[in-house]
Ligand binder design. Structure first.
Ligand SMILES: [Fe+2]
Length: 367
C-alpha cells in the first residue's frame, strides 16, 4: 500500500506542535512581509496639538517631558515608524524637567524644532537651541530640561524599532556588566592556549570569550546649528558638483566607530543642502531614512507620490522605496536626516539602485 506522505507529514507535525510551537517546512507557502509605507507629517498641522498638550500639562502642574511616537501602521506588529527606527516629538513644558534620569537601551539622534533647553547624558549637560542636533548613545542615562517660559519641542529618531524587533527591553538598563576575571574560570596551563593559537589561521583567531573586551560605549555629542549652517553654506558654494541623488550632504560621525560612518552605533544623523532648482535623481536603497525639512521648501517623490514640504515637515522613506528630492524654490533648502546606514552597512547589506529613466512618473500629488 502506498504511503500518504502528506498525511504522514501532518501527523508528524502535529506531534511536535503546541500552542507555542508551529512547524514550517518547505511544503508550506510562507508569505512575504507587507512593505512598509512612507508617510508625511505636516508641521503646520501637528504643532498646535503639541503646544496645546504642553499647555494642558502646565495647567495640571506637570512638567515632565511628553514623548509622542509616530507609529507607522504598516510597519508590522512591533509599533515602530520604520523597521529599525521610531520617530516622534518630545515636548518639554515651560520650566519643565524629567522627573528622574532614565537609562535607555535605544540610541537616539535628536533635532531641536523650537525652544531652548538642555539634555543631560550620563551627567554631562548639553545646552541646545533651535535646529541643533544631539546624539545620545545606547545605554546612556538621560534627562531633559527647559528653563524657559515657552515649551521646547524636540524631534527624535531612535533605533527602538530594531530594539523591539529583537525583543529587547527599551527601558531597562542593558549595559555590559563588569567582566568576570578570566583567571577564575579559564585553565592557567599555557600549553592549551598555545595549541589553540596554532589552529588559528589568517582569517580566524580562536579566543576565549572571557578575554574579549566589550566594545567601548559611544560618546554623546551636540552639534550647534550655527556651525552646521556655516559648513552647509560653504558646501553650497563649493565648485565640486553635488551628489546627483542627495545634494550636498554632511553627516556627523563618531570617530571611534571607524569606517562604519555612525553617529552612535546603528544610526547616522546630519544635514543636506539642496540648491535652488535641484532635481535629485530617483533611487532606492536598503537603508531607511527619515528627513525633516530644517529650512526652506521643496518636494520629494516616493513610489510615484509627490509630497510638497516646508519647514518642519517630516517624511519617512522605508527601505527600498523609490524616492527623489528637489526644490523648485529660489532659495536653498536644508533637510535634517537620520538613516540606519551604519547598521545596514555593518551587516554588509548596503545597496543602492537608480531608476533607469532618472525620475519617477508622478501619479499623485499629496497635499
Ligand atoms: Fe536616498
Amino acid at each position: 500500500m502506498a504511503i500518504d506522505y502528506d498525511q504522514l507529514v501532518q501527523e508528524k507535525k502535529q506531534a511536535i506542535e503546541s500552542d507555542v510551537i508551529q512547524t514550517v517546512t518547505y511544503l508550506d507557502q510562507i508569505s512575504r512581509l507587507d512593505p512598509v509605507e512612507p508617510f508625511i507629517v505636516r508641521w503646520a498641522k501637528v504643532r498646535p496639538a503639541l503646544i496645546e498638550l504642553a499647555g494642558a500639562a502646565v495647567a495640571e502642574g506637570k512638567g515632565a517631558p511628553i514623548d509622542i511616537y509616530l507609529i507607522n501602521k504598516t510597519a508590522g506588529e512591533h509599533s515602530s515608524s520604520l523597521p529599525t527606527m521610531i520617530i516622534g516629538f518630545r515636548i518639554i513644558p515651560p520650566h519643565g524637567e524629567s522627573h528622574r534620569p532614565v537609562r535607555l537601551l535605544t540610541e537616539s539622534i535628536e533635532y531641536v524644532i523650537e525652544g531652548n533647553g538642555f539634555t543631560r547624558v550620563n551627567g554631562e549637560q548639553f545646552d541646545w537651541g533651535a535646529k541643533d542636533m544631539i546624539v545620545i548613545p545606547s545605554g546612556a542615562v538621560r534627562e531633559y530640561g527647559n528653563a524657559n517660559g515657552e515649551p521646547a519641542i524636540l524631534f527624535f529618531s531612535h533605533n527602538g524599532g530594531l530594539i523591539r524587533l529583537m525583543n529587547l527591553p527599551e527601558t531597562r538598563s542593558f549595559v555590559w556588566e563588569e567582566a568576570d576575571d578570566p583567571a577564575r574560570f579559564l585553565p592557567g596551563d599555557s600549553r592549551c592556549w598555545e595549541s589553540l593559537k596554532e589552529v588559528s589561521g589568517p582569517n580566524v583567531e580562536l579566543l576565549p570569550a572571557l578575554r574579549i573586551s566589550a566594545p567601548a560605549p559611544c560618546r554623546p555629542f551636540l552639534v550647534k546649528w550655527q556651525q552646521s549652517w556655516e559648513l552647509l553654506e560653504a558646501l553650497l558654494h563649493h565648485p565640486k558638483k553635488e551628489d546627483p541623488r542627495g545634494g550636498k550632504i554632511v553627516g556627523y560621525v563618531y570617530r571611534a566607530k571607524g569606517n562604519l560612518q555612525a553617529s552612535a552605533a546603528t544610526l547616522v544623523g546630519g544635514y543636506q543642502i539642496i540648491q535652488p532648482g535641484f532635481k535629485g535623481m530617483a533611487h532606492a536603497h536598503s537603508m531607511a531614512a527619515i528627513q525633516l525639512a530644517a529650512l526652506g521648501r521643496g518636494y520629494s517623490v516616493t513610489d510615484g507620490r509627490r509630497y510638497e514640504w516646508e519647514e518642519g515637515d517630516i517624511l519617512i522613506f522605508p527601505p527600498w522605496c523609490m524616492h527623489e528630492h528637489g526644490t523648485d524654490d529660489l532659495n536653498p533648502a536644508v533637510l535634517f536626516g537620520v538613516l540606519d546606514n551604519p547598521l545596514i552597512r555593518g551587516m554588509r547589506l548596503q545597496r543602492v539602485t537608480e531608476l533607469e529613466q532618472g525620475y519617477q512618473e508622478v501619479i499623485e500629488v499629496v497635499s
